[in-house]
Design a protein around this ligand. Sequence first.
Ligand code: HEM
Length: 185
Amino acid sequence: MKGIVFTEFLDLVEEKFGIEMVDKIISESNLESEGAYTSIGTYRFSEMLQLLQSLHKNSGISIDKLLLTYGEHFFSVIDKSYSGLLATYKDPIEMLSSIENHIHVEVKKIYPDAELPEFVVEEKTEDSLILIYKSSRAMHHFGLGLMNKTFEHFNSSATIVLEKIKEDGTEVKFVIKKNPHESRE
Ligand code: HEM
């Protein structure tokens, strides 16, 4: 997993819970990196799992909720660092249906060792999308956070229902329906 995923995570933990919580979850985990991450480095995914589990234990917030909030935060990182890639899209459904064959393809060119999920488009209309998420990392709620912010980015919103295909979350169906624009009158 790329270092930027760790550095941004720890920044958010500091912002929401304070530096003591950052120190606590690092010292409670058994980290090969010892918690010294650089954004360009690459680290084991098991380190992220340990940090998440420790934060869950110390905050009482579920792993899914933690990952959802982190995904929403990570969109702002993407917005800042990869604005050119985002600018190639005018519509959230178009963007989400292009993660697999465009967005993450570009990410892989920048970071050849990136560990990315697979997204299969099962059904697509102008205002709806069914996506199948597959990843051994089971970070579906991180994806949900990114999806919410993708709609917000285009001044829109959606109702997104998540159905687990595999109980362990390594395969999940996202049923995405764009909400109709509310009239301002
Ligand atoms: C992971 C980049 C859009 C879903 C990642 C990682 C990067 C990245 C750098 C970490 C890879 C690693 O640590 O090895 C980007 C960029 C995007 C983008 C630059 C847009 C320009 C999206 C969107 C989604 C998404 C819109 C929506 C679902 C995910 C998920 C992961 C991930 C779920 C976690 C890894 C996993 O589940 O296996 N992405 N991403 N990405 N991305 Fe994207």
